[in-house]
Design a protein around this ligand. Structure first.
Ligand code: SF4
Length: 366
């Protein structure tokens, strides 16, 4: 990548969605301390590598839950000069015409909004606070404020989400003309309310066939809408891929992550911030811990992430002594079409991405 990413994690939310395993707390107290802490962490840690930031991504948690004055204080302390893509994650209930204009005036040029579904009953049951109408209105308000790069998240496989509901979700969202879609298959993460409900038999996960049908419909409707499927969960109109997230998946991506639970990679070492606000605050200006990863771990991380993208894995970027062994292990998948080789790249055709884990497993180097 030509430039590095700056990620900022805001660890606050209105409430906790039942499926969420991101580090966030449903509270308003302590927001000032976190913003001041992130700014001090930026000043200290930007020197740990010769970072040249080209993208900023404020995620979480729910950055739009921050009061306007605090968000403004944070953004005004960021190195915004030379930034080509500046994304903020928002929830529909926080978007107003005035706030959208404020975000735009502060230099934010991309918004990522959690929509998840347009079924009012499912939204309530999974702990979301917005209505379907609010999500649509929020897209209009963002457009009116001048945002021409809007990404929305949907989830498929939600409890009670039939194929008809999923079709309605996709058709409704794609009709808004958004530039980017992130569509995630529901995961039952341990420690979440969703996981506990499934363990107690209060909800039943959808079957593999139901999920496969939803994935097929996702590929069909996004293709008809002119979107390219460039990563396992990500679709964009031409030229509107997420530059910041693509950096995470590239062979030479580097990024600095600030705030509780953020992680960084300077090209050699991955560093994690504690996923606990108090521990992180006590450790400032640098609470990060270097991950004990071997060069082989880093290669395997790259194999896993690269094979979830349309570009696939560039064999020439691997250590030369690994290539023949990897190709031997990939031979059955190459023969059956689960992997395709084009020049120095091998890639999983996107209609097989739902089983990417099984295809990638034999390729992990030991
Ligand atoms: S709003 Fe987002 S980060 Fe917060 S609990 Fe819900 S899914 Fe998690």
């Amino acid at each position: 990548m030509d430039s590095d990413g700056l990620y900022i994690h805001i660890p606050f939310c209105h409430g906790k969605c039942i499926y969420c395993d991101f580090y966030s707390q449903p509270r308003r107290t302590g927001m000032d301390d976190v913003v001041v802490g992130i700014i001090s962490e930026l000043h200290t840690r930007r020197a740990e590598a010769d970072y040249r930031f080209g993208t900023i991504y404020i995620g979480g948690g729910t950055p739009s839950f921050l009061p306007d004055t605090l968000l403004q204080q944070l953004i005004e302390a960021l190195p915004v000069s030379g930034i080509s893509e500046f994304t903020i994650e928002v929830n529909p209930e926080d978007v107003t015409a005035d706030r959208a204009r404020l975000w735009r005036s502060l230099g934010v040029n991309r918004v990522s909004m959690g929509v998840q579904t347009f079924d009012a009953g499912i939204l309530r049951r999974i702990g979301r606070r917005h209505t379907p109408e609010r999500a649509l209105q929020a897209v209009l308000e963002l457009r009116s404020a001048g945002f021409d790069n809007i990404s929305c998240d949907l989830i498929y496989g939600l409890p009670g989400q039939t194929q008809d509901i999923w079709r309605h979700d996709l058709e409704t969202l794609l009709a808004t003309g958004i530039e980017h879609l992130s569509a995630y298959c529901l995961t039952y993460y341990e420690g979440t309310m969703l996981h506990r409900m499934a363990a107690a038999g209060r909800i039943a996960p959808q079957t593999d066939d139901e999920i496969a049908d939803k994935y097929d419909l996702l590929l069909d409707l996004t293709a008809r809408a002119g979107m390219e499927h460039y990563e396992i969960s990500n679709f964009s109109r031409p030229g509107r891929r997420s530059v910041h997230n693509s950096n995470y998946w590239s062979t030479d991506g580097r990024w600095l992550g600030l705030g509780p639970a953020a992680y960084s990679f300077d090209g050699r070492v991955r560093r994690y911030n504690p996923a606990d606000t108090d521990t992180w605050l006590k450790g400032l200006p640098d609470a990060s811990v270097a991950e004990d990863e071997t060069p082989l771990d880093l290669v395997n991380d790259h194999i896993v992430t690269a094979l979830r993208t349309a570009c696939g894995l560039d064999l020439s970027a691997l250590p030369p002594d690994m290539i023949l062994g990897l190709l031997a292990d990939a031979a059955p998948a190459l023969a059956s079409g689960l992997l395709v080789r084009t020049g120095s790249h091998i890639a999983i055709p996107h209609h097989h991405w739902l089983i990417a884990d099984a295809i990638i497993r034999p390729l992990i180097r030991i």
